[in-house]
Each structure stands twice: as C-alpha cells, then as structure tokens.
Ligand binder design. Structure first.
Ligand code: NAD
Length: 368
C-alpha cells in the first residue's frame, strides 16, 4: 500500500477519503486540503483515469486559488472513477451515491468540473443540502453564460496593463480558445477599447489586423459554426494563433499549449491566463526573462470560483460581478507590485500572496 502521508506538508491535506461502494460500482476519492480560511470548495471530476495524485494536486491548486482570490474558503477536490458519458440514469445514481458518501464531510463543498455539470450539482444539493454551480432555478448563477471568468480576465488585464507597458485603449488582443472564457474575455476587453485581431478554436484560427467583429464570431460559434467559417479575416491552422503579433495574448483552451519548444513564436507583452496551467514552467520563465508579464491562471481566471462563492453565500449575478471586479483588481495589483518591487516572476509573487493568506488563517485555528 502506498503511504498517503507522502503528500503531507505544512498546509495539508487535512483528509484523504476513499469511497468504495462495490454494489453500485462507485469508486471515488475526496481530498480536503487546507480549511483554515473556511470550508473547502472544489470541483467533482469524473473520468475513468483519475488518480489520488491528481486529486491531491487539484485540491492544493484550489487552496492557492481560493486564498489568492481572498475567499473565506479552503481547497478541496474529488474524483469519481467513471466514464462521464454513461447513460443519464446511471450517472444520476452514481452522483447521488457519491453525494451521500460525502454528506458528513461538511468542510467540503462540491462544484462542477470535467465530466460533471450544474445538473449533477443539483443532485448533490438535493441529497446533502450543499453544492455550488447549481442550476439557476435553484439559486445557481450561470457563470459561463454571464461570462464571470472572462469578466475577471478583463479586469486583471486592465490592472496589469501598465506593468507590461500596454495601453488598453487600442491594444491588440489574441484569444486562443473561443469558448466560455475566451469569447467573454474578448467581449469585456473590447468594452475597454481593445481590438480582437485573432482567435482560434479546435479547428483553426481567424485573424485580421484591423480587428474582428466579436459579436459576429460569438453568433457564429453559437450557431454551431467554426471560426474558420467566418466570412472575413485570414484563416490558418489551430497553431497559427501563436504567430499573430499582439499586445495581449490570452490562452483560454487547454493545459500546456505553450512550451519551451513553441514559446518563441509568441510576440506579445502581456499574457492573462484564462485557461488552467496553459504554459509549462519553462515557457513561463522564458517569457519572464523576455519581459513579458504573465498573469498566473489562479489570479486571472478566479472569476468562476468567486462566482461560486457568491452563489454559496446567497448572492446573485449582480453581486457576483461586483465581488469579482473588486477582488481580481485588488489581487492582481498586489501581485504586480510584488513582482516589480522584489523583481520576481508573477507566479512566485502570487504564490507568496496565497501562502501568506493561508498561513495567517492558520494562526486563527487551534490545529491549523
Ligand atoms: P470551453 O469548452 O467553453 O471552450 C474551450 C474552447 O477552446 C473551445 O472553443 C474549443 O474549440 C477550443 N479549443 C480546444 N482545443 C483547442 C486548441 N488546441 N487550440 C485552440 N482552441 C482550442 O471551455 P471554457 O470553459 O472556456 O474553459 C477553457 C479553459 O479555461 C479550460 O482550461 C478551463 O479549465 C479553464 N477555466 C474555465 C473556467 C470557467 O469558468 N469556464 C474558469 C477557470 C478556468
């Protein structure tokens, strides 16, 4: 048997729970990492190939993300070993059984993640009375529809722009991944005067140095089209988005899309990370040496989790936007100032900020 304490350090994890219900075929793991600031919030991931390692790493990432966002919540995560495309009734049974199994772990609040959605969170809430990312009919805030994360990405970009020598009015923006995060980031930045010069999806890239019509691109995607079907602009393959010169380059698609072998293709000044871990460590340090400012994922894309926290505390769409704006602006400014004053990479500055907050919260607790 592997030693579960191999993950233990000064911050957690507080609990690793193994859930097994052989009659139902339910196999799951819940990691509650650090709860000094409050009950942990973290998604439920459903996939056949998840692991305890992955669950722990994701739970720890949530500890830093929630602390960096300044939320009264710790980090947690759960994984269910199953195919998310199973039939609906079987999925409902499995999710409900999972919910019952975590019912007494009151310092964990489940949210949607890969393989689960708001409907699943509705089932969890029905069983145990708590979950976030709920359907709107039972108090959920539809964060992808309203563009909560993209709104936060735009706010972070505005605060970081002067630190990268970028003026937002007239700034050229490129978005990789024109989905929930990418399209709303483009839309909110355009409201601040920026111009979208290229965007990509899983099929290809469309670009126009004079600017693309964002609403028309959104309508095209909504109707099931691909960006390369767009009536204007130059078309290229998916990776062509790397080569478009711009001021602001926003990754909003997949992990590890920019690595040491292709980072040389980027020609930009500021990178607000909309996606989670879109760049490898090497790529980020190369950009830092080149003077490109990267706003780390857990600072720039915290709009979604802030929205979930507002939902949990009974807020609505309007209050979610207000809280996202205040928190992301404040946190981005703190990270940018520490980056500049201590001459360190922005990710190091953001981690310092998150650690300081977790450590301060731990001083208020008898057992940390
Ligand atoms: P989404 O599925 O709505 O959109 C993803 C888009 O990326 C799609 O348009 C898809 O065609 C495109 N895409 C896929 N592979 C691509 C590639 N190789 N090159 C270019 N485009 C590609 O997903 P989303 O909710 O917008 O999430 C995007 C990323 O942001 C993910 O990493 C997600 O974990 C992260 N994230 C999302 C939220 C949120 O609130 N939705 C919050 C924090 C982080």
């Amino acid at each position: 048997m592997q030693d579960m304490f191999r993950f233990a350090d000064a911050y957690g994890p507080a609990k690793i729970i193994h859930i097994y219900r052989p009659k139902l075929g339910l196999k799951a793991i819940l990691v509650v990492d650090n709860v000094a600031a409050g009950p942990s919030i973290g998604g439920v991931r459903m996939a056949p190939d998840v692991s305890v390692e992955e669950c722990f790493r994701l739970a720890r990432a949530m500890t830093w993300k929630n602390a960096a966002a300044g939320l009264p919540h710790g980090g947690g995560k759960s994984v269910i070993f199953a195919d998310p495309h199973m039939d609906e009734a079987a999925k409902e049974n499995l999710i409900r059984a999972f919910a019952v199994a975590i019912g007494e772990v009151t310092d964990y609040i489940a949210g949607p993640d890969m393989g689960t959605n708001e409907q699943c969170m509705g089932w969890v809430r029905d069983e145990i009375g708590r979950a976030v990312g709920l359907p709107s009919v039972i108090g959920g805030i539809p964060l992808d529809e309203i563009g909560a994360t993209g709104f936060g990405v735009a706010a972070a970009t505005e605060v970081a722009a002067p630190f990268a020598g970028v003026q937002l009015d007239g700034a050229r923006v490129v978005v990789q991944g024109f989905g929930a995060v990418g399209k709303h980031s483009a839309r909110f930045l355009a409201e601040k005067g920026a111009i979208l010069v290229a965007a990509s999806d899983s099929r290809g890239t469309v670009s126009d140095p004079d600017g693309l019509d964002i609403e028309a691109l959104i309508a095209l995607k909504q109707s099931g089209g691909h960006l390369t079907d767009f009536c204007a602009g130059e078309k290229g393959d998916t990776d062509a988005v790397l080569d478009v010169p711009c001021d602001i380059w926003i990754p909003a698609a997949r992990p590890d899309v920019v690595r040491a072998d292709n980072v040389g293709r980027l020609n930009c000044k500021l990178v607000p990370q909309g996606a989670n871990i879109p760049f490898t460590k090497e790529a980020e340090s190369i950009l830092h040496e080149r003077g490109v400012v990267v706003i780390p994922d857990f600072v720039a894309n915290a709009g979604g989790v802030i929205c979930a926290s507002v939902e949990y505390h009974g807020g609505n769409e309007r209050s979610a936007f207000d809280v996202i704006d205040i928190r992301i602006r404040n946190n981005t400014r703190l990270v940018m100032e520490e980056m500049r004053d201590d001459a360190i990479a922005p990710r190091a500055a953001a981690l310092n900020l998150a650690r300081r907050r977790v450590e301060a919260a731990m001083t208020t607790r008898r057992w940390g």
